[in-house]
Design a protein around this ligand. Structure first.
Ligand code: CP
Length: 302
């Protein structure tokens, strides 16, 4: 993984994924170290973020590294018309690694092709979010004691949900059964379903959330993302499709955990937060250890 960009979760083999999870568990035991002393990581966020940006920054600073960058394209020279290529070539002069979030699908791959330093994709449009995927896998393994053979339900925006795309692809390496719950307009794209088919795994499609709750180990809720809809009227039609509440979890499996990449809007009622099956805030904390593992391994320090 040394000096290798992380653009799509399919860039990592099963062994590489497991190695990151193993390293993350080590960092969870000892998150404050001097491992990144003298290293500079650039954090370029052309799109809003709370968890990804701040957990990367916390991860790096806890390891003694420095962070430079911007949290919005508005404060960079992109606003003056600078191209992504020129931005990447410039920032690579100042840093050892670039973490980038960008609204355009494929922008992270393009950046990795022009950059002399490794690129870590922190989300590119509706395409991929591989570091979220690794922290999701870490959370699943930590709560279920295994990754193999789980029933995983994905709920909400499966069409534009980059976290869903990455996690589905990764779980095809671990023999998951996929329960796909969405409005008809927001079904999982066929390009992602192809990974499930090629792995000869089963998937089932639903519109009713109540149907899957008793039969899954992981309930992966997602937000219907207003910002991805070309027509705002189409968003209005589906925005209230799902609202998970505590009572709906009554007949769920004892080991069930509710995950969500966050932010949430209205798809999980706040009454779920106090249920021991709710795991989304711990999931966000796991992002620090997993991102420490990703940065340390790409910089060849682990
Ligand atoms: N999960 C996630 O990507 O959250 P942010 O948009 O807050 O970074």
């Amino acid at each position: 993984m040394k000096n290798k960009s992380l653009v799509s979760i399919s860039d990592y083999s099963r062994e590489e994924i497991l190695r990151i999870l193993e390293l993350a568990a080590e960092f969870e035991q000892q998150p404050r170290q001097d491992l990144l002393k003298g290293k500079v990581v650039a954090s370029l966020f052309f799109e809003p973020s709370t968890r990804t940006r701040l957990s990367f920054e916390s991860a790096i600073q806890q390891l003694g590294g420095s962070v430079i960058g911007f949290a919005s394209a508005d404060t960079s020279s992109v606003r003056k018309g600078e191209s992504l290529k020129d931005t990447i070539l410039t920032v690579s002069n100042y840093s050892d690694l670039i973490v980038m979030r960008h609204p355009v699908d494929g922008s992270a791959r393009y950046a990795s092709e022009v950059s002399p330093v490794p690129i870590v994709n922190a989300g590119d449009g509706a395409n991929q979010h591989p570091t979220q995927c690794l922290l999701d896998l870490y959370s699943i393994k930590k709560t279920q004691g295994r990754l193999e053979g789980l029933d995983v339900a994905f709920v909400g925006d499966l069409k534009y949900g980059r976290t869903v795309h990455s996690l589905v692809i990764a779980l095809t390496q671990f023999n998951a059964r996929f329960h796909l719950v969405s409005p008809p307009e927001l079904k999982l794209p066929s390009a992602v379903k192809r990974y499930i088919k090629e792995a000869k795994l089963e998937y089932y499609q639903y519109t009713d959330l109540n149907e899957v709750i008793p039969n899954c180990d992981i309930l992966y809720m997602t937000r219907i993302q207003r910002e991805r809809f070309p027509d705002p009227l189409d968003y209005e039609k589906v925005k209230n499709s799902y609202n998970l509440n505590n009572q709906m979890l009554a007949n769920s499996r004892p080991n069930l955990k509710v995950l969500h990449p966050l932010p949430r809007v209205n798809e999980i009622n706040v009454d779920v937060d106090s249920n021991p099956k709710a795991y989304y805030f711990e999931q966000a904390l796991n992002g620090v250890y997993v991102r420490q593992a990703i940065v340390a391994s790409i910089l060849g320090l682990k």
